[in-house]
Ligand binder design. Structure first.
Ligand code: UDP
Length: 312
């Protein structure tokens, strides 16, 4: 049994990680400032004596009393809607927040697990993206606060590894979806499902020819825990290799919700990546992991969740 700190533990992905860690017998200290995380994601855990929730912004100094075996640093707003609203907080949590978490890991002799992102590849010119690709990021564009904060976080993590010998893990998460996504965060899967369920127009940005590869949250969490338990210290892509255009996603969502929503074409945001798909060679080789949940199956589970949330 390990004692694990999860920053951003009240968020979409963080709360699923807290669930799985507790399920396997670990203790969890969840730190979240609730800026984009939500109490409803973790309130089912409040009765568990192995679960502690601390409301705190990890961009300010953090201290956790007692032993800590690992720090999983997920805290960060991650939606393009947040990029516009709170860019400075995103830069702070990726830089100062990561620094504080690495400092805690060093002090405690704990493992440090960074939740990085496929966004480090920017609008990729290599496809699919292997971990060896350095990316194509606009340093001053409308997504730069997120992309560059995560790139800095990776650089800081490897510096602590090389200079202070901190035991590190770096996961590059590709578009993950599932229950507990914020209904209003503007991500494509949650937005399309909610629009379809309500019979509202499906908002396709551009022509919808841009691609993404969508990973169901249970697969993502399993991959991340396998990485945590491994001894692999370099970045690993965790995602799903099945690639879809946004238009194909809209068609799938309409089919599984049996919706008659129309398609509404909107302007394509600046710097919206044209394609994205993980190369999972490293994950297969080092973690013996690959995703198992197909898009349709995951969309059905996610739609059931949102139908319940919306009272439909
Ligand atoms: N997108 C869209 N309609 C929406 C929201 C997003 O067509 O209502 C597109 C967006 O332009 C992007 C893709 O869906 O090409 C994925 O967007 P999301 O914000 O979910 O993730 P990210 O761009 O960070 O991969």
């Amino acid at each position: 049994m390990a004692r694990i700190v999860v920053t951003g533990g009240a968020g979409f992905l963080g709360s699923h990680l807290c669930d799985q860690l507790l399920d396997r017998g670990d203790q969890v200290v969840c730190i979240d400032n609730l800026r984009t995380g939500r109490v409803e994601n973790i309130e089912h855990l409040f009765g568990d004596r192995r679960f502690t929730f601390v409301r705190h912004d990890v961009s300010s100094h953090i201290w956790v009393p007692g032993p800590v075996d690992a720090i999983m640093h997920l805290a960060s707003p991650a939606s393009p809607v947040d990029f516009e609203k709170i860019p400075i907080q995103i830069l702070k949590v990726g830089s100062l927040g990561t620094h504080n978490c690495l400092g805690l890991a060093l002090e405690k002799g704990a493992k440090f697990h960074l939740n990085s992102t496929s966004e480090v590849y920017g609008d990729p010119q290599v496809h699919p993206q292997p971990e060896t690709y350095w990316g194509n990021v606009n340093p001053i564009g409308p997504r730069s606060m997120y992309d560059e904060a995560k790139r800095f976080a990776e650089a800081l993590t490897v510096a602590y590894h090389r200079h202070h010998d901190v035991d590190v893990r770096i996961v590059r998460t590709f578009n993950t979806y599932g229950p507990r996504m914020r209904p209003d965060d503007g991500r494509v899967v949650s937005s399309f499902i909610i629009q379809a369920l309500k019979g509202e127009p499906i908002t396709i940005f551009g022509e919808g020819q841009q691609t993404r590869s969508f990973c169901y949250v249970d697969d993502q969490v399993e991959g991340q825990l396998k990485l945590l338990d491994s001894d692999y210290q370099s970045p690993v892509n965790i995602g799903n290799e099945s690639e879809f255009t946004i238009r194909e996603l809209a068609t799938e969502v309409l089919a599984i919700t049996n919706s008659k929503s129309e398609l509404a074409f909107m302007p394509l945001p600046t710097d919206d990546p044209t394609q994205r798909r993980p190369d999972l060679t490293v994950a297969r080789r080092e973690l013996d992991w690959e995703p198992t949940i197909a898009l349709r199956e995951g969309l059905v589970k996610t739609a059931e969740h949102f139908a319940a949330v919306l009272g439909l």
